[in-house]
Ligand binder design. Sequence first.
Ligand SMILES: Cc1cc2nc3c(=O)[nH]c(=O)nc-3n(C[C@H](O)[C@H](O)[C@H](O)COP(=O)(O)OP(=O)(O)OC[C@H]3O[C@@H](n4cnc5c(N)ncnc54)[C@H](O)[C@@H]3O)c2cc1C
Length: 396
Amino acid sequence: MHDVAVVGAGPSGLLAAAEATRHDFDVVVFEEHGKVGVPDHCAGLLSVSGLDSLGLQPPNSVVQNAIVGAKIYSPSGHSLLIEREKREALVVNRSLFDQWLADRAEKKGVQIKTDAHVNKIVTDGQKYTLTLKSVGESIQSRFVCLAEGSRCQISQQLGFPSVPKSSKYPAYQFEIEGADIDPRHVEMFYGRKISTGFFAWVIPFGEGKARVGLASRDESKRRLKSSMKNHPVISERVEGAKIRRGLGGIVLVGKPIERTSIGNAVVTGDAAGHVKATTGGGVILGGVAARIAGQVIRKRLLKDEFEQGLDEYSAQWRAKLEREFRAMFIAQKFLTSLSDKGLDSLIHDVSEYRLLEVVEKSGDMDKQKRVLLELAKNPMAYIAGLKAIRYLSPLI
Ligand SMILES: Cc1cc2nc3c(=O)[nH]c(=O)nc-3n(C[C@H](O)[C@H](O)[C@H](O)COP(=O)(O)OP(=O)(O)OC[C@H]3O[C@@H](n4cnc5c(N)ncnc54)[C@H](O)[C@@H]3O)c2cc1C
């Protein structure tokens, strides 16, 4: 009988496990792949403030680049530069980042089992029985933390809701080398011809190296290839560069699921929809919620409390993050409801009406509620918003 079984060795599972453990606890993480972090499916852009809030300082071997700002392109090519003096974000090698989190968890006493696909979970109300596909073996645990990513297959077996299909957008990304790219800025490209419901990105991760990606409601790979060929700025960025590899994945653009704790089981990370709807980034806020999950489980184990359940986890992450997730969800809905003319108008007016100063002053890559509230107080933001709303998309 284990004390805690975690399904999935992504950042959420590893952070929850590291938080739950103590030298005399038996905490085990099951990962279906042969190696933690492989294959990766991420651009690796993580805010410095978010990493600090998780108490994480990734070593130089994991960090590939430091970013000071973002350039946002409207459909007609108008651009906005949001920049701060300090390092705003790091670009990490996600495989190495996850492996570093795994080493960190193992040093705290967590066991990590790779090649261990959990394909079934049941409970008798006292304990959980997990069946591992590879060995056909079953294990038992008092507490479980489901951090299996956006697939949500195991969590559904315990009665948790799945992240809805409509919130899952296919994403594709190429890593290129030999590109003529400003290493200090990430670039984001909006427009319905590029992507429906999301955007394309260029994230530099070293001298001449960048991750060029795109998520969309449909056809992300085809759209990305087409943008790399035809978009005036993206095609310029990739000109003469060599494609080193391509990778696909799912980004989430919805809200957290309604229920994240049942009995002594919790769901966290992408599996719980703990993702910024505006960018699909889930490592930081998913990590914040995952740490809460680990802390609440640890508290129960320390006090031998097996009857109380883990609703405290749901209450705590909701108190800390729910309004953030909601604000980003509304912002994402607003942006995607605009036609290209509406987006052009909005991006143009943000610089015209000096709203960029508000964004630069109050903006935070992870906690976007504050900047949205500041903008909501600004009359010029209303004018910009109302002007943009004239161009609601006929497709919504
Ligand atoms: C193209 C792309 C770019 C992205 N870029 C960024 C970015 O720049 N910044 C950012 O913050 N986020 C980014 N994201 C999102 C980010 O990757 C996720 O939010 C993050 O990985 C979620 O972490 P997680 O631990 O919840 O899930 P995951 O990282 O998906 O980890 C889940 C793990 O569980 C394992 N697993 C699943 N089912 C089972 C099972 N039944 N048994 C055993 N193991 C199982 C999987 O193999 C996996 O290792 C990006 C996503 C994509 C697709």
